[in-house]
Ligand binder design. Structure first.
Ligand SMILES: [Ca+2]
Ligand SMILES: [Ca+2]
Ligand SMILES: [Ca+2]
Length: 275
C-alpha cells in the first residue's frame, strides 16, 4: 500500500509540474477567458453562503442562533446505512480518491475498509449520541455535519466522553489525549470538533422530536443533552480555523446530501457572536 501511495504521489507531482507549465503558458490570456481554477468546488462557497445566510445577517446572540436554526433545519436526512457512502465522499483523501482521512488518527484508509473489526474505520458521532440519547435513527444520529470516519479502536476509547484538554497520550493516535472523563483530539482537528458540536447546538433545538442539544462548560455530562466543555471548544475554534478540507466537506454535504451548512465553518465569527 505504501508503495502505491508513493507512486501516486510522484504521479501527482508530475501532473503538478505539467499544470504549472500550462499556467505559465496561459498567463497572458485575459482573466475573463481563464478556465475555472482546479479547486473550483470550494470557490463558490462564500458567494453561495451570503444568500443562504441572508436572514441571519446583522444579528447576534439568541436572535442570531434562532435565525441560523431556521436556516439550517431545512435539510435532507439520511439513513444510518447511507452514512457509509456519504462519508466516503465528504471525508475523501484529497490525495487519493479511494481513501478517507480518519478524524483522530489522521490516517488515510481505503473507503472499503469500514466495519466493526479492529483496524477498520467506522462512523464516529462527534456529538456523542448518548448525550441526548438520539441513537442512530434518522435525525441527529445520522447528521453528516458531526459524523466522521474514525479508527474502530480510537472511536471506542473516545466513547461518550466530553471534550477537554489533558490526559494521557492515546496509543496509536498521536496528539490525542484522554483521561477518565474527557478526550482531547489532535491539534489539526480541534477546531473541526468545536464547530461540529456548536453546529449540533444550533441545529437541534427540541422542536423536532429530539432533545435540545446545548454546549456547557462541564465534563461527565453522561446522557444529558449537553456537551462540554464550551470554553475549551471556543479556544480550539480560535486556534484551528477552517481549512480547505473542512470547507470542502461543508460544501459536499450542502450540495449533494443534506442541503444545509455548518454556519461556523462559513462564518467563524458567529461563535463569539452567540457564545
Ligand atoms: Ca478530564
Ligand atoms: Ca482543522
Ligand atoms: Ca440547541
Amino acid at each position: 500500500m505504501s508503495r502505491s501511495r508513493a507512486s501516486r504521489r510522484s504521479v501527482a507531482g508530475g501532473i503538478g509540474l505539467a499544470a504549472a507549465a500550462l499556467l505559465a503558458v496561459a498567463a497572458p490570456v485575459p482573466v475573463s477567458a481563464a478556465p475555472a481554477p482546479a479547486d473550483a468546488p470550494t470557490a463558490p462557497v462564500s458567494a453561495a453562503s451570503e444568500d443562504y445566510y441572508a436572514p441571519a445577517q446583522g444579528k447576534t446572540g439568541e436572535a442570531l442562533k434562532a435565525a441560523l436554526h431556521d436556516i439550517i433545519d431545512n435539510q435532507t436526512k439520511l439513513s444510518y446505512r447511507q452514512v457509509w457512502d456519504a462519508l466516503g465522499d465528504t471525508d475523501e483523501d484529497p490525495a487519493n480518491p479511494d481513501n478517507v482521512i480518519l478524524l483522530y488518527t489522521g490516517r488515510s484508509q481505503a473507503k472499503s475498509e469500514h466495519g466493526g473489526n479492529l483496524g477498520d474505520w467506522n462512523r464516529e458521532h462527534v456529538w456523542a449520541k448518548s448525550h441526548g440519547d438520539f441513537g442512530t435513527v434518522t435525525g441527529p444520529g445520522t447528521d453528516l455535519h458531526h459524523l466522521r470516519p474514525t479508527d474502530v479502536r480510537i472511536n471506542s476509547i473516545r466513547g461518550n466522553k466530553d471534550f477537554d484538554n489533558g490526559g494521557d497520550p492515546v496509543s496509536g493516535a498521536p496528539g490525542n489525549h484522554t483521561d477518565g472523563d474527557s478526550f482531547e483530539p489532535r491539534d489539526a482537528v480541534k477546531g473541526d470538533v468545536a464547530r461540529m458540536i456548536l453546529y449540533m447546538a444550533v441545529r437541534y433545538e427540541g422542536d423536532d422530536g429530539f432533545a435540545d442539544l446545548e454546549p456547557n462548560d462541564r465534563v461527565g455530562n453522561g446522557s444529558a443533552p449537553y456537551h462540554g466543555r464550551l470554553d475549551v471548544l471556543k479556544q480550539w475554534h480560535r486556534q484551528d480555523p477552517p481549512d480547505s478540507f473542512e470547507r470542502n466537506r461543508n460544501e459536499v454535504i450542502h450540495r449533494h446530501y443534506q442541503h444545509n451548512r455548518n454556519p461556523f465553518i462559513d462564518h467563524p465569527e458567529w461563535v463569539e457572536a452567540i457564545w
